[in-house]
Design a protein. Sequence first.
Length: 132
Amino acid sequence: FLSDMEDTVLYGHALVLKELGFDRPTEFYFTKEDAPKSMVWRKRAEVLNHNGDAGLPPKVSAPTFYEAAKWLREVKNWSVRVNYSRENREWFYDILNMETGDYDDGGDCYFQSYEDAFSAGVSAILSKLTTN
């Protein structure tokens, strides 16, 4: 699996993952260092885990959606699944809390691509984890 910058989570997602304890090595990170006001740079990592770094300029690990979903599944026990609706000819997601069995089918949200549905599923899990 090769990641590129288009695959990384958004800055807001990265902040939530950091808050939840995400600590896996990543190929990219976000930083506000030397960025114009209200901007964030996304850069290739030299040190692989920025969420635990002390004393460095503020950096946040930027995992891919796949890396985030794997961590959420392995550490937080939440899983995202993507399926295709032949009737609608679009993709959709559902999420599952593997500990409690709580299930959310994503409502009537459909997406043009598998990747969009997958990233929306990851976002839904992060939203549930921050509101509980």
